[in-house]
Design a protein around this ligand. Structure first.
Ligand code: UDP
Length: 490
C-alpha cells in the first residue's frame, strides 16, 4: 500500500495549448521533486516543445517520462501535425480538435494499464472529460486542472451554470456579477467568451466537461491561497470539493535555462536579452507580450507600436506572428526606437524577462499564466484582454488586486477574427495606460507597492514554509488516503 510520495505515480494529461501545457509541465516537475514518479501523456509535436525541460529533469535524476500518443487528425478533418490549438487558424476548428482528443481515451487506457509502477492518480485538464471515467476504471483518483485562478473559476461557474446571461438582452450593456464579494461589472459578450456553446457539438462537449469535473476528486489550481482567499473558499463551496492551490508554479523555474527555455524556442538569444536588460535602470522597462494564442491585425499592431513610442518608456515588445506588412513597417520603427525598444520576433522568454529587476511593468493579454507570472514578478500590469477568460482575469487585476490599468479593450475578439475588427485600441490609450502603470508618484506609486507586496507573497507561498508547498503535501497525502479507501473497498 502507498505510504509516501515515492510510492506514487502521477499521470498528467496537459491540454495541447501553451497556456495549459506549460503549467502542467511545471506541476509534473514539482511532483517529481517530491520523489513521486510522473508520466506525461501528450502527442509528438507537443512533446518536442517541452523536451528540453524534461531532459533537464531526468538528468537531475527525477523520475519523469513522456509517453506520446497520436491524434487521429485525418479522421476529424485536420491536417497531419496540427497537434496544438495554437496551430489552428480559427476558433471554429476547436470542435475538431476536441473530437480528436476524445479518441485518445482507449489508447490512454492501454498505456496506463501497462505502466510500472501502476498509476496512483490522474491530474488532467478539464478538457479531457473522459479521464474521470478512466480513473474510476483504474480505481484511482482524478484531480481536474482548470487553467484560470479561483476568482475566474468562481465567476465562470456563475455565468455558465446559472441563467444570468440569458436574462441580459444586449451583448454590450454592463451588469454586475452576483454572488461574489467584489463588485465586478462586465458585458455579456465579455463574460460569456469562455465555453462558447455555439454548436450542438460544443454544447455537448461542455456539458460532458462539467459533469466529469463535478465527479472528480479535487481541483488543482495554479494560484496561491493568499492571493484570493475568499475565492478559494467560494470555489470549494460551489464545487463541493477540495481545491489545491499549488502555485505560482512558474516560480519553480530558478536556473537561467529553466527560465529561458520554457514553452517554445525563444525568438531571441536569451543572453542578449538579459544583457540588454542589464543596461537599464531597475523597474524602468515595460514588457509587452500578448500570449500564445492572440492575434492582431496589422493596423492594430502598428497602433500598439505607436502607443509605445509615444509613451517614451523603455520596452521589450514580443510579437508572436508577423505578417509581411508588419515586417516592412517594423524596419523603420525599430530604427526610431532603437535607444529604448527591443523587439522580439516570435516566442518570448517571458519568465526570464519578468524575473529581471529592470522590469517595472507588463502589458498583458491577461491569460491566467501571464497574469500570475506578472503578479509573481511583483509588477503592475496594463490589461489588454482578447477573449476566453481574459476579461475576467482583467477584472481580477483591476478591481480585486488593484494592480492593473485597463487599456480599454471592451469587445472580445476570437482567434481568427482580428481582421474583421480592425483597430480597437488607439495609440493614445496605450500611451496613457503604459504611463500610468510606470508612474512612480501618487496612485502609481501605491499600485507599484501593492504589486511588489503580492510578488513577495507569491514567492513565500512556494517556499517550504509556504501555503502552496503545504497544499502540494496535502494533495499528495489525499492521494494516499484515496488509494487506501479504494483498496479497502476491493
Ligand atoms: N509565453 C511565453 N512566451 C511567449 C508567449 C507566451 O513564454 O511569447 C508563456 C507565458 O509565460 C505563459 C504562457 O506562455 O506561461 C501563456 O499562457 P497564458 O495563460 O498567459 O496565455 P495563453 O497563451 O494561453 O492565451
Amino acid at each position: 500500500m502507498a505510504s509516501s510520495p515515492k510510492d506514487l505515480h502521477f499521470v498528467l494529461f496537459p491540454l495541447m495549448q501553451q497556456g495549459h501545457m506549460i503549467p502542467i509541465i511545471d506541476i509534473a516537475i514539482i511532483l517529481a521533486h517530491r520523489n513521486a514518479t510522473v508520466t506525461i501523456i501528450t502527442t509528438p509535436v507537443n512533446a518536442t516543445r517541452f523536451r528540453p525541460a524534461i531532459t533537464r529533469a531526468t538528468e537531475a535524476n527525477l523520475k519523469i517520462q513522456v509517453i506520446e500518443l497520436q491524434l487521429r487528425l485525418a479522421d476529424v478533418g485536420l491536417p497531419e501535425g496540427c497537434e496544438n490549438f495554437d496551430m489552428l487558424p480559427s476558433s471554429d476548428l476547436f470542435g475538431k480538435m476536441y473530437a480528436a482528443m476524445d479518441m485518445l481515451e482507449q489508447p490512454s487506457e492501454n498505456v496506463l494499464r501497462r505502466l510500472t509502477p501502476p498509476p496512483s492518480c490522474i491530474i488532467s485538464d478539464n478538457q479531457f472529460p473522459w479521464t474521470t471515467d478512466l480513473a474510476s476504471r483504474l480505481g484511482i483518483p482524478r484531480f481536474v486542472f482548470h487553467g484560470p485562478g479561483c476568482f475566474t473559476y468562481v465567476c465562470l461557474n456563475i455565468v455558465m451554470n446559472t441563467n444570468i446571461l440569458n436574462e441580459i438582452e444586449s451583448d454590450s450593456d454592463y451588469f454586475t456579477l452576483p454572488g461574489i464579494p467584489d463588485r465586478i461589472e462586465m458585458t455579456k459578450a465579455q463574460a460569456g467568451g469562455w465555453g462558447k456553446r455555439e454548436t450542438k457539438q460544443m454544447e455537448e462537449f461542455f456539458e460532458r466537461m462539467e459533469t466529469a469535473a463535478d465527479a472528480a476528486n479535487g481541483i488543482v489550481v495554479n494560484s496561491f491561497e493568499e492571493l484570493e482567499p475568499e475565492y478559494v473558499k467560494l470555489l470549494e463551496v460551489a464545487k463541493g470539493k477540495k481545491v489545491w492551490c499549488i502555485g505560482p508554479v512558474s516560480l519553480r523555474n530558478r536556473s537561467f535555462l529553466d527560465l529561458a527555455d520554457r514553452g517554445n524556442k525563444a525568438g531571441i538569444d536569451e543572453h542578449e536579452c538579459s544583457k540588454w536588460l542589464d543596461m537599464k535602470d531597475p523597474r524602468s522597462v515595460i514588457l509587452v507580450c500578448l500570449g500564445s494564442m492572440s492575434s492582431f491585425c496589422n493596423e492594430q499592431m502598428v497602433e500598439l507600436g505607436l502607443g509605445l513610442e509615444l509613451s517614451n518608456v523603455p520596452f521589450i515588445w514580443c510579437i508572436r506572428s508577423i505578417t509581411d506588412e508588419t515586417h516592412r513597417w517594423l524596419s523603420g520603427y525599430e530604427e526610431r526606437v532603437k535607444d529604448r525598444g527591443l523587439i522580439v520576433r516570435g516566442w518570448a522568454p517571458q519568465a526570464l524577462i519578468l524575473s529581471h529587476e529592470a522590469i517595472g511593468g507588463f502589458v498583458t493579454h491577461c491569460g491566467w499564466n501571464s497574469t500570475l507570472e506578472g503578479v509573481s514578478a511583483g509588477v503592475p500590469m496594463v490589461t489588454y484582454p482578447q477573449h476566453a477568460d481574459q476579461f475576467l482575469n482583467e477584472r481580477f487585476l483591476v478591481d480585486v488586486l488593484k494592480t492593473g490599468v485597463s487599456v480599454g479593450m471592451d469587445v472580445p475578439v476570437a482567434v481568427g477574427e482580428q481582421d474583421k475588427f480592425g483597430v480597437m485600441v488607439r495609440k493614445e490609450s496605450i500611451k496613457m495606460a503604459v504611463e500610468r502603470v510606470m508612474d512612480d508618484e501618487g496612485e502609481g506609486k501605491a499600485r507599484r507597492e501593492r504589486a511588489r507586496e503580492l510578488g513577495e507573497m507569491a514567492k513565500r507561498a512556494m517556499t517550504e514554509a509556504g501555503s502552496s508547498y503545504l497544499n502540494t503535501t496535502l494533495m499528495i497525502q489525499d492521494v494516499i488516503e484515496e488509494l487506501a479507501k479504494n483498496t479497502k473497498q476491493i
